[in-house]
Design a protein around this ligand. Structure first.
Ligand code: ADP
Ligand code: MG
Length: 244
């Protein structure tokens, strides 16, 4: 469903992604773990070209984008295949909850307003926010704002959802609610997801496959069982020791 080949990204002199090869099947939930500053966010951002890689090929379904010779049109097609949930929610402060969820459906997908509204209500119901649809973000808790972000990401029905530390700005008591929602998305809705997280127990439970990234490369990957019970690489072992 998604295939990434030899992806490279630098910021000036700093090489951040040093050749990433990666594949996932439809409905697969991939969790990326690894130390801070090692390129996890950059990897997600390159998948949908929020950041532009210098080299590498990204294929999602029938769309193929080669960093060294791609057109704006191809990038746009690639972006339509994915949506992203950010660490800091990234929702519009001057729009209500329902407007936030409707916006990408109307502006990107050109869906009719009434239909967009119906869908928005459906997704807001799934994240338990039907009673807040006319509120502005400033009147919501962090966890509620993140649920708006998740509803918005789902509403465009993307083939691939990218989630960058979706619970890391939340107070501990709000984390479980978000993890429940993501678990439900994975199990019932069979969405393909790539999730960066430091919640190891959640990673263990939700992932079909865990990827350990360090220093701009995928160091090791495997089932949760393989990675958590029997890591092969020294760096993976050292990283996981911190969480025991
Ligand atoms: P992670 O998500 O694993 O913590 P990031 O992908 O955010 O790591 O960052 C990897 C490295 O790239 C870090 O050294 C970070 O400072 C650097 N970096 C990320 N984004 C930018 C940017 N827009 N400009 C310059 N450096 C960046
Ligand atoms: Mg990050």
């Amino acid at each position: 469903m998604i295939k990434v080949t030899d992806l490279h990204k630098s910021f000036g002199e700093l090489a951040v992604l040093k050749g990433i090869d990666f594949q996932a099947d439809t409905g697969e939930v991939i969790v990326i773990i690894g130390p801070s500053g090692m390129g996890k966010s950059t990897f997600l951002r390159c998948i949908n070209y929020i950041e532009r890689p210098e080299k590498g090929i990204i294929e999602i379904d029938n769309v193929k984008v080669d960093a060294e010779k791609c057109t704006e049109k191809e990038i746009k097609q690639l972006r339509l295949k994915t949506s992203m949930v950010f660490q800091n929610y990234n929702i519009f402060k001057n729009k209500t909850v329902i407007e936030n969820v409707m916006l990408p459906m109307i502006s990107v997908q050109k869906i009719e307003k009434e239909i967009a509204k119906e869908k928005a209500l459906q997704y807001l119901d799934q994240v338990g926010l039907l009673d807040k649809i006319n509120e502005y973000p400033s009147r919501l808790s962090g966890g509620q704002q993140q649920r708006v972000g998740i509803a918005r990401a789902m509403a465009v029905n993307p083939q691939l959802i990218l989630l960058d530390e979706p619970t890391s700005s939340l107070d501990p008591e709000l984390v479980l609610g978000i993890l429940d929602i993501l678990r439900n998305l994975a199990n019932e809705h069979k969405r393909t997801m790539i999730i960066v997280t430091h919640e190891m127990s959640f990673a263990k439970e939700i992932a079909d496959r865990i990827i350990f990234m360090d220093d701009g490369r995928i160091i090791e990957e495997g089932t949760p069982e393989e990675i958590f019970s029997n890591p092969q690489n020294e760096r993976t072992k050292r990283f996981l020791e911190r969480f025991q």
